[in-house]
Design a binder for this molecule. Structure first.
Ligand code: AMP
Ligand code: GLY
Length: 440
């Protein structure tokens, strides 16, 4: 099958690898020259993924049969709508359905209308005075979120980033004055617990789960420093997490199924990947947000252990007839750590060489996926974003973490940084202990 892969990051390298391994012929569009994807592709174009006419023209001219859309930006501008209009089936929702990621208030409101469990108290404001009054009149801790997309950097939590009501009011003033995220704000109930991610394949009706994953958003070890796209993530061999029970996972899946059902009943068939970000609280899982795509790095964790044919899974999603019995994952744990340019998150070291000894990495049973690097004259160079995702795979998280660390010694360069604490036993023990306290 001829498949177009949209995007040039680590997530898309993992997507292209899983498609190629299950017999697809890969066509790629990406902004950067990702050497991993370029090597797998029969043909690639270096264009903006949001250039809908150019992407559609390339796909149609090559008689591509299906497209897998990696990032959210092309979904927001209607790439799936345009490709489907040309008869190309998509893994990635149409623009209207992608609002589950694009608009924080759309999601909360559709969940409220359909009484989907897992929703939380929220209020949306487009004027500063009412927002201030809401903060001053309420005694509960809240989370302040600029209403539009801010790359995850606009969210501030009372008790963590905002220590007093005065701090909160000042932040509201800043949002409205500088029009951060468009200048409106959502104030949400603050959740306490441990975060986890549940990704699922959706064909409009069926919602088929993947193994749970926990990402690490903060740039530095010990969960400090600026928020990033994600520094690394791990998954457990039984597809749960050390602090999430089967019952809690099933509750999260039920929330996602009911959300997709609510979308369908309002005329939005959701075909693609649904990414649920949850807080596991003392009362069970609550939705922090949805994304309309695989997570990055989370895609690398789950696709590395997919046992079934990814090409068949994607065809089932695009055609609206995904058979849940066709989806299975190996009973393996994974630990993924991202090699990033030094200074990533603030002042990344751009244009520095990264060397990856792929053969040695394969020998230790690990995988390496190229991310936002660019190959120039045979050299792989860093950009401002994450460089190479390294995934260790083994029978337990502990063993997978060790495999990841062994493999990381084969990624070299002068200006690189890795959060080595991800997946380490002491860090996981802290999460389990925190969850125990939350439950008690
Ligand atoms: P978001 O951009 O919505 O993913 O939020 C970024 C981060 O802020 C999340 O990963 C959480 O750690 C935190 N966060 C967001 N919403 C809440 C909430 N309602 N309660 C507690 N923490 C939150
Ligand atoms: N790793 C978080 C995300 O892809 O949104």
């Amino acid at each position: 099958m001829k498949v177009l892969v949209v995007g040039g990051g680590g997530r898309e390298h993992a997507i292209a690898a899983a498609l190629a391994a299950s017999g697809s012929t890969i066509y790629s569009v990406m902004r950067n020259h990702n050497p991993g994807i370029a090597r797998l592709a029969k043909e690639y174009r270096l264009i903006k993924e949001t250039d809908v006419p150019a992407v559609t023209e390339f796909a149609a001219s090559r008689s591509v049969e299906m497209a897998v859309i990696g990032p959210e930006a092309p979904l927001e501008v209607g790439l799936a709508d345009a490709l489907e209009a040309k008869g190309i089936g998509c893994v990635g929702p149409r623009k209207e359905a992608a609002r589950l990621e694009i608009s924080k208030s759309f999601t909360r409101e559709i969940m409220r209308r359909h009484q989907v469990p897992g929703n939380i108290d929220f209020a949306a404001f487009d004027d500063i005075e009412s927002a201030k009054r809401y903060v001053l009149d309420n005694d509960r801790d809240m989370v302040v979120k600029p209403v539009g997309l801010t790359g995850g950097k606009g969210v501030k939590v009372m008790g963590e980033h905002l220590l007093t009501k005065q701090d909160t009011v000042r932040y509201l003033e800043e949002i409205f004055e500088h029009r951060i995220g468009g200048g409106g704000v959502v104030l949400e109930e603050k959740l306490v617990g441990e975060e986890f991610t549940l990704q699922a394949f959706c064909d409009g009706k069926s919602v088929v789960p993947m193994p749970l994953v926990q990402d690490h958003k903060r740039a530095y070890e010990g969960d400090v420093g600026p928020n990033t796209g994600g520094m690394g993530a791990y998954s457990q061999e039984d597809h749960l997490l050390p602090f999430v029970t089967a019952r809690e996972r099933d509750a999260a899946l039920d929330i996602m199924r009911r959300t997709i059902e609510a979308m369908r009943s309002e005329g939005h068939e959701y075909r693609g990947i649904l990414y649920g970000q949850f807080m596991n609280t003392r009362d069970g899982p609550r939705v922090i947000e949805y994304n309309a795509r695989f997570g990055d790095p989370e895609a690398m964790n789950v696709l590395s252990i997919l046992a079934s044919s990814f090409t068949d899974v994607c065809a089932g999603i695009a055609d609206g007839n995904l058979s849940p019995s066709k989806v299975s994952f190996m009973d393996k744990a994974t630990v993924c750590k991202y090699v990033v340019p030094r200074g990533y998150g603030t002042e990344p070291a751009v244009g520095k060489e990264v060397r990856v000894d792929e053969r040695a990495i394969a020998k230790v049973g690990a995988k390496a996926y190229y991310a936002m690097v660019s190959e120039e004259n045979g050299r792989v160079l860093t950009t401002t974003s994450r460089a190479v995702g390294v995934v260790g795979i083994d029978d337990t998280i502990e063993a997978a973490e060790r495999a990841c660390e062994r493999a990381l010694t084969y990624v070299t360069g002068d200006a690189l940084f890795v959060r080595h604490d991800i997946g380490r036993p002491d860090v996981i023990r802290m999460r389990v202990e925190h969850m125990r306290q939350v439950r008690s």
